[in-house]
Design a protein around this ligand. Structure first.
Ligand code: ADP
Ligand code: MG
Length: 366
């Protein structure tokens, strides 16, 4: 297997324009050797463009791509030695599995007498040894995708680029493949960039997640940080679900502000940036970060239960307010919890470590 493993990948000030439109804008990102970073964002935010620039299939308008600290901008795609797997596993239909995996090795002029052993090794790695003589049409989507991965890893790429590689698979198969690719990536120690619009996929597979919106990276952090400490409203809303309330800053500093909802409640909130007194903010809190009570209390938002949805491990309440849009509270069913009925007046406040987070009303890039 690879003698040399895990290469560092660095992007410096990468931008890409198509005519007047900017597909990616001023991207700085450093990916450590052996790390798996997910590029997560909605369709059209520039993920694939960035991946193509890394691969060398598309030149950037500005900036530099470096592998192990050395610029690769002068190298064509074939010279960069990256492996790419796309959503539509492009196996050669007229070749067997064995021939498909051998193909890249032949192109790379791998020593003829070693190709057979290398193919065996790769098929074992993706647990497809017994399928060596089948044709792609005789394999399931997941199996084909594993062969695409084996073919890609056979030539020992410096960096593995995955562009929505599980997008065509159904949900159960996708989970199997996610676990499998994560295992291979670990075992193989290969630096990997995974493009996905699926937040669960990004959070479950990546060491770090780069959330993208409109050609920019909004935040790069570990999955837990992305979820618990979103730096922008876009990240907060795109990853997981959240309630939002519009409010006006009454007083405070960066760490702790008090804000007033239009419906009158005064809330203590935290913010990632200084927000001026009198300015409009969006306050966010996730449904599972709130609890319900029947008495008015400090820091609580008043409402009336519109619907109670018993979702097994938790009950999700849909709550109406007198003024402004409603919100949701997810209450875990740990034994003696009251089930609130539609029509009951409730007060919802942060639970445990939950807190309201305030973002300047114009920070959302959606
Ligand atoms: N070859 C191209 N020519 C013109 N515009 C392009 C081209 N490739 C991508 N774009 C545009 O760049 C933006 C980002 O596209 P893309 O990187 O494919 O997004 P994503 O992979 O996140 O869905 C989109 O607005 C898309 O229309
Ligand atoms: Mg794409």
């Amino acid at each position: 297997m690879a003698a040399e493993r895990g290469h560092e990948l660095q992007l410096e000030g990468i931008s890409k324009r198509f005519g007047d439109s900017v597909a990616v804008r001023d991207i700085d990102l450093r990916i450590a050797a052996g790390e798996l970073v997910a590029l997560l964002g909605p369709s059209g935010c520039g993920k694939s463009t960035l991946l193509r620039i890394i691969s060398g299939f598309m030149p950037q308008s500005e900036g530099r791509v470096l592998f192990d600290g050395k610029s690769v901008d002068h190298l064509s795609a074939s010279k960069r030695n990256v492996g790419i797997v796309f959503q539509n596993y492009a196996l050669f239909p007229h070749m067997t599995v064995r021939q498909n995996v051998a193909y890249g090795l032949e192109v790379q002029r791998y020593a003829k007498d070693r190709i057979g052993a290398r193919v065996q090794e790769m098929l074992a790695l993706v647990q497809m040894t017994e399928f060596a003589d089948r044709f792609p049409r005789q394999l399931s989507g997941g199996q084909q995708q594993r062969i695409a991965l084996a073919r890609c890893l056979a030539v020992d790429p410096k960096i593995l680029l995955l562009d929505e590689p599980f997008g065509a698979l159904d949900k159960n198969l996708r989970l199997d493949m996610q676990l499998e690719v994560k295992r291979l990536q670990r075992e193989y120690g290969i630096t990997t960039v995974l493009v996905t619009h699926d937040q669960e996929e990004a959070l479950s597979m990546a060491d770090r997640v780069a959330v993208m919106s409109r050609g920019r990276i909004e935040q790069v952090s570990t999955p837990v940080e992305i979820y618990d400490q979103p730096r922008t409203l876009f990240v907060n809303e795109f990853v997981g679900s959240t309630n939002t309330f519009t409010a006006i800053v009454e007083s405070g500093d960066t760490q702790a502000l008090s804000v007033r909802l239009q419906s009158g409640e005064l809330l203590m909130v935290s913010a990632v940036q200084a927000l001026a007194k009198g300015s409009a903010v969006t306050v966010s809190i996730r449904p599972e970060q709130m609890r319900l009570g029947s008495e008015a209390s400090a820091n609580a938002v008043a409402g009336v239960i519109a619907a109670a949805l018993p979702l097994g491990p938790q009950v999700l309440y849909d709550i109406r307010r007198n003024i402004g849009p409603g919100f949701r509270v997810a209450v875990p069913r740990d034994g003696d919890t009251t089930i609130w009925a539609a029509g009951q007046a409730v007060y919802a406040a942060p639970r445990g470590t939950g807190e309201y987070r305030a973002f300047a009303a114009n920070t959302s890039s959606t």
